[in-house]
Design a protein around this ligand. Sequence first.
Ligand code: CU
Ligand code: CU
Length: 332
Amino acid sequence: MPKFTRRRLLAGAAPLVAAPVLGKMTLGSDAGAANRTLQGHVHDHRSAGHAAMIGQNVPAVGGPRDLDALLYPPPPLPYEPGRIREYEVRARDREIEVAPGVFFPAWTYNGTVPGPVLRATEGDILRVNFTNAGSHPHTIHFHGIHPTNKDGVFEIVNSGEEFTYEFEARPAGFHPYHCHSTPLKKHIHKGLYGALIIDPKEPRPPAQELVMVMNGYDTDGDGANNFYTVNGRSFYYARYPITVRRSELVRVYVANLTEFDLINSFHLHADFFHYQPNGTGDYREYTDSVMQCQGQRGVIEIEFANTGLFMFHAHQSEFTELGWMGFFNVVD
Ligand code: CU
Ligand code: CU
């Protein structure tokens, strides 16, 4: 297979370079239409690709509820002293389909990239029983405050071994977790990362809550990403827009775990939002775009002024065209 780099993909010769990958698509009856859409949108800017991609013809993998467990976090629990929040996390190798016909040999937590959304309330004891059923040594490194012997750096967990991370959940905020085995770049890029919400003792106002973990996939091993997503599948929320009610606050926990690229970003169309970096502290920005370095994260709160379809995507246009794009469907 010819090298399928994003630089060449976006250059003039792209349709020829990309053809073998697109030819591998296996979408079933609408594969032809999907291929044309992806090809039109990504590769040929002179064609009908100018229209926004949305709905059933968008080439995204899977059914409408596939990513619910990654999009909708577990509910917050009110503060209660001494409570234990316990999670089972299992590392395993798994080939995942990131775009139609495009498979990635991932290393996963619990079989998905990103891994499961973990949640605790500040002051809870967070207990994560980790089993390494994968083929390489792994760990879980949580961002936050905890003893250094639970930091996922020194206690390497070999294949077939187990380790329990247990510490008080703090500070309140939104934090990433990821493997910290070496080579770090590889262990992260292969898919070992996820989101941890720590709710403040004084709860945030009720909201429709969503989690979006931004990532990329280098599907040809050249050290540059070929696809970008939120929650693991390119163009997924363009094919299946996220329905929210205008009457209720929308809160989005956004984190960037993209490897290789220095930054990623979240941009909302047709409205503004408040952004709290890390989900901590009093500082709020009022904006329609936020930029995050790898490992950065924050909490977005949107009060939609209107109903309708609101696009969101990386403000790096290249990332958008390689899969990091979706829609909110705001209804009354
Ligand atoms: Cu690892
Ligand atoms: Cu980190």
